[in-house]
Design a binder for this molecule. Sequence first.
Ligand code: ADP
Ligand code: MG
Length: 327
Amino acid sequence: MDEFALINRFFTSLGRHSHGSQADTVIQGIGDDCAVLSVPSGQSLVVSIDTLVEGTHFVVGTDPAQLAWRLMGASVSDLAAMGAEPAWVTLALTLPAADESWLKPFSAALGEGLAYYGINLVGGDTTRGPLSLSAQVHGFVPHGAALLRSGARAGDLVCVSGTLGDSRGGLECILNADIAANDYLLDRFYRPTARVSLGQHMRRYATAAADISDGLLADLQHILTASCVGATVNPDLLPISTQLAAHFDNETAKRWALSGGEDFELCLTIAPECWQVLCEKAPSLAAQLTAIGVVDAEPGLRLQTAEGTVSAAAVGFNHFANETRNS
Ligand code: ADP
Ligand code: MG
């Protein structure tokens, strides 16, 4: 199968389906030298790219369907963190061979992911070499409404969506033969779900946001640095799933919730009065969030422990930062 036959068979067909409310912004999709796209008036274009490299971000022999989901989840999660609506994606693939038994499940899962996130495949590049996958995602946000990392203010609550540490727990099930596999935890690792709708709703309430890809402490620190503030987090308030709690001891679960990566939940800062409004006006959104700490004027990230408030770096949690990914 030559390159063009491969593209036609596994990718052009995916590009023909229109997804999401922004499907009509695609003037020319896959098949020309470039895609031709239009940004709706009043909207800013939000762009991000993510790459998965074999041997660095995933082990040799990883199921291609799982790779498609992780690639989509990780890249769309960045749009969610900006409060953006997904619109388009381009895909750069480097493949060691035109292996149909790899391409078929990859393409099928990619198609599911495109439909799930309402995002349109509009182009890409296919080359031969060591396995590597890049997805560049594009989304829209009304002018001036993007959720930036730089908006956190002293007094804001630090909130996170969903539960944390599950993806790291799933990885442990894979790495450690002594741990009984748990479908929920494995699914959280293999098929992370970007919080797209929550991100868009939070444009009205949050002062800053980041998605949790490298671990809560690392990603919260990005918000704090960009906003020139600090925060104190209470590890006892971290949302931990019943499945993670059932499989691992409390300390391990807490450590992974603080610093295990790839949960792709959102970390948000919300002014207390907005949190009140959110709880009253949108209880279903508030229910997806847990307040775990407070933003302070003093730079640095601190943890509330039984011994008092200590620097997150001092208790060694940074040692575990980025446990899941190598970059
Ligand atoms: P060019 O050589 O002009 O860059 P290509 O032959 O690489 O174009 O690609 C032909 C068309 O197929 C282009 O529209 C390109 O965007 C698309 N394409 C190539 N690879 C992929 C892929 N992996 N996924 C989606 N579209 C792709
Ligand atoms: Mg060309």
